[in-house]
Design a protein around this ligand. Structure first.
Ligand code: BGC
Length: 766
């Protein structure tokens, strides 16, 4: 754990330069706007530890798989998010000496991410090797108001000298991915143009042939006067830099504004890219930094109005939740069903920026509660569009007849993960995709979705499960062998309770969905029956599985078994581990982890979270009390689910501990891996931990329910929630809670178990 970032309600602050943590800071101070994102790399050159990262939504590269032993069924490619052309670079030289914070003496340094405004700010004073001292202030943002624009204001002041300061703002498409399997460069230069103060490079990704035109235009002023001299062009194959050198006196104030355009062929014809980029950049430059910033800030102001959570009495917790919300909205804005939410968003390369089950299991509730219904719907439509590929994926593994296996990791619907224990075995992901449809309809009441898209997906998924189970003669029940549950610290197990449970749940839900479509829209149902080639025999087979599935249990302990044979392990709790063993995945051999009883993330407990109402409280408690003490929470997705379950069981200290762990996972680098990028998908889990955990929010039977609890340390907390046509606000304080209904229709809710009507534009205390 690290504690070098300062606590503040609205800002993330690094005071004093911490070069050893620079990559962590680059992750934490990342900015983005749903279309592109940028790690907090410095504008000027930096020869110290750094992971350069600019990312453009939906632009990826299928890197050829690299494995020792090839297995049939492995995908040939691993799609990775690409480090895209650098648009932030501004080299600075002082009388010929390059400004580099790794070689200069840093006299003062402050980096701030202002989450209220969506702005990254940096201020530092350095003494260069020559003894010359320079004060620099950088301000930058990725515009939320115009998602093709990034802007930088870079101010420089010579403090103790007069001399020549040269600026070289540049565009560089000669970039690499740190995780390239074959040290290959993924971008080919296609076109470039440079004119006076602007430069444009169009680059194309190998194989996928996405094109991105990255352009810039800059202006430079000294003491408020425009510097007019011509820029000297430095042009290489995939690089254009434009240099201007200015004679300065001590105390002069130099301001460089750099406007960037990032235009991708996902939104325009390739032939139009450069023209469009020129247009965007010119417009940004004409608008000017101040006005652009104002429009950008306004979008954040509006977002916060709907999505902010206010915690009084605990700055660390307040900063944590805002950081999570802020990063989620920088990653996904929900207007394009081709996009999704990578576990690292736009903040790192690891996990390839691809889509995981994280979206359905963790992110969906956040967007349901804080954004318009279409945002969550787009996340579901994304999977609907991938259904043909999911059927192909299943066929590659030997399944037939329209069975669909959604990938563990994907960019375009194809599987692109190649560890056998995950690709072939971590199939519970299929369940989460079905569960998301259920969750979405339960929350929104949008039954049309089922008729239009959902049912087809559910049938494909159900068909997969029906073929994946087999009949066990000795047990006289259906079983499922060779799986990996959500706890990836166990592989190739038989009868993982969670997977067996969600498999039969999917079969049941698919049958219910069929009945619903049949009765509500018979003509659509007839159409689908034909399209899906579904008959009575198939539904009988599903029912047989539903009625005869095996679920491993430990009768004596009264718990569900994570998998058959689990109690044969040497059972010891996490508190018996030595601190130097943690995290296990960085200190123990894989073999040792697999044989141990230690659990990476919620597994049985994930099932209890999803299907809460199907089990009584005593069952919840017994399972929680057995499994949580064995859990190392080494997946970022772990703490939030545990926080919710602990809250429900009244284990408030545990819930609070888990909440802080998820809320500040990256800010405090709990798992020692923030340098790779932020855990974006688990950030939605933080929201769930607060709203479903402390707030006790449940959505069932067309009615919301709240059963809030206030953590001891807090004075109060308040959150907004969208529910169907209602905009709600819940405030929980020491003297009780207040639910405000900010909409023109009354609302029926359950408050602490009692049904109540909250008047239109009125409130109820409880
Ligand atoms: C977790 C998975 C998750 C993935 C991406 C892994 O560490 O075990 O459940 O899908 O990270 O977040």
């Amino acid at each position: 754990m690290k504690k070098y970032l300062l606590h503040d309600e609205w800002k993330i602050i690094e005071e004093g330069f911490n070069p050893e943590y620079n990559e962590i800071s680059e992750s934490c101070f990342s900015i983005g706007n749903g279309r592109f994102g940028q790690r907090a790399n410095f504008e000027e050159q930096y020869s110290g530890k750094s992971l350069q990262g600019s990312y453009v939504a939906g632009v990826y590269y299928p890197d050829k798989t690299r494995v020792g032993w090839w297995k049939i069924g492995y995908p040939e490619y691993f799609a990775k998010v690409l480090n895209a052309p650098n648009w932030i670079g501004i080299d600075v030289q002082v009388d010929g000496e390059v400004l580099d914070l790794a070689t200069a003496k840093v006299l003062s340094f402050r980096r701030e991410l202002d989450m209220k405004r969506g702005v990254l700010y940096r201020h530092f004073i350095v003494r260069m090797l020559s003894g010359k001292e320079l004060e620099v202030t950088g301000t930058r943002f990725c515009s939320m108001a115009n998602n093709e624009v990034g802007a930088i204001q870079y101010e420089v002041k010579p403090l103790n000298f007069s001399g020549l300061i040269q600026f070289t703002p540049y565009i560089d498409a000669d970039v690499v991915n740190q995780d390239a399997n074959w040290d290959e460069k993924f971008w080919i230069g296609i076109a470039k143009a440079a004119k006076r103060r602007s430069a444009y490079i169009t680059a194309e990704t190998k194989k996928t042939a996405f094109q991105v035109c990255t352009g810039m235009k800059f202006s430079l002023s000294k003491n408020g006067e425009k510097v007019k001299q011509e820029a000297v062009q430095g042009i290489e194959e995939k690089y254009i830099g434009l240099s201007v050198a200015v004679n300065c006196e001590k105390g002069d104030h130099l301001v460089l504004h750099k406007y960037a355009g990032i235009i991708s062929s996902r939104y325009y014809d390739k032939e139009q890219l450069m023209d469009r980029c020129v247009e965007v950049v010119n417009e940004a430059c004409n608008t000017g930094f101040k006005k652009l910033l104002k429009a950008h800030e306004q979008v954040w102001t509006d977002k916060w109005k709907e999505a902010d959570i206010v915690i009084e009495g605990d700055v660390a917790a307040q900063q944590g939740i805002r950081f999570n919300i802020f990063q989620l909205y920088q990653t996904y804005t929900g207007d394009d069903p081709r996009l999704n939410i990578g576990p690292k968003g736009f903040t790192g390369e690891k996990y390839g920026g691809s889509t995981y089950w994280d979206t359905e299991a963790y992110c969906l509730p956040f967007y349901l509660g804080t954004a318009g219904q279409n945002v969550a719907r787009n996340l579901l439509v994304y999977r609907y569009r991938h259904l043909p590929k999911a059927i192909e994926n299943a066929e590659k593994l030997g399944f037939t007849g329209g069975a669909a296996l959604y990938p563990m990791v994907t960019m375009n619907g194809e599987e692109c993960h190649n560890e056998w224990e995950i690709t072939f075995e971590e199939i519970h992901r299929n369940g989460a995709i079905a569960y998301a449809i259920f969750d979405y309809i339960r929350y929104t009441g949008d039954w049309d979705y089922l008729q239009e898209y959902g049912l087809e997906v559910l049938v494909g998924i159900a068909r997969f499960w029906a073929q994946r189970v087999h009949w066990s003669e000795p047990k006289q029940q259906f079983v499922m062998h060779g799986v990996t549950g959500p706890n990836e610290y166990e592989n190739n197990v038989n009868n993982n309770w969670y997977t067996n449970y969600i498999a039969t749940w999917c079969l049941k839900y698919a049958l219910e969905a069929m009945d619903f479509v049949q009765s509500s829209k018979p003509e659509r149902f007839g159409e689908l029956l034909g399209k899906l080639n579904f008959d009575e025999e198939e539904s009988k087979k599903w029912k047989h599985i539903i009625d005869n599935m095996y679920y491993p249990e430990d009768q004596e302990r009264g718990i569900f078994l994570q998998q058959e044979g689990f109690p044969d392990k040497e059972i010891r709790t996490v508190d018996t581990l030595r601190p130097e063993d943690r995290p296990l995945n960085q200190n123990w051999s894989w073999d040792r982890i697999l044989r141990s009883c230690f659990i990476k993330q919620a597994d049985v407990l994930q099932g209890l979270y999803f299907f809460e109402e199907q089990f009584d409280e005593a069952t919840h408690r017994r399972n929680f009390e057995f499994y949580e003490p064995l859990t190392v929470h080494e997946s970022s997705l772990s703490a939030c689910v545990h926080a919710i379950l602990a809250s429900r069981l009244g284990m408030h200290d545990k819930a609070y501990e888990m909440y802080l762990r998820t809320a500040r996972l990256d800010l405090d680098d709990y798992n020692n891996d923030t340098e790779d990028g932020l855990h974006i998908t688990s950030m939605a889990g933080t929201w769930m931990a607060l709203v479903e955990g402390f707030g006790g929010l449940r959505a069932a039977a067309d009615m919301l329910a709240f059963d809030p609890h206030l953590p001891d340390k807090w004075k109060s907390y308040g959150f907004h929630l969208r529910w169907r046509n209602h905009f709600l606000h819940i405030l929980v304080g020491r003297d009780g809670a207040v639910l405000k209904n900010n909409s023109g229709q009354p609302l029926r809710v359950k408050l602490r178990g009692n049904p109540v009507e909250v008047p239109a534009n009125g409130e109820v205390g409880f």
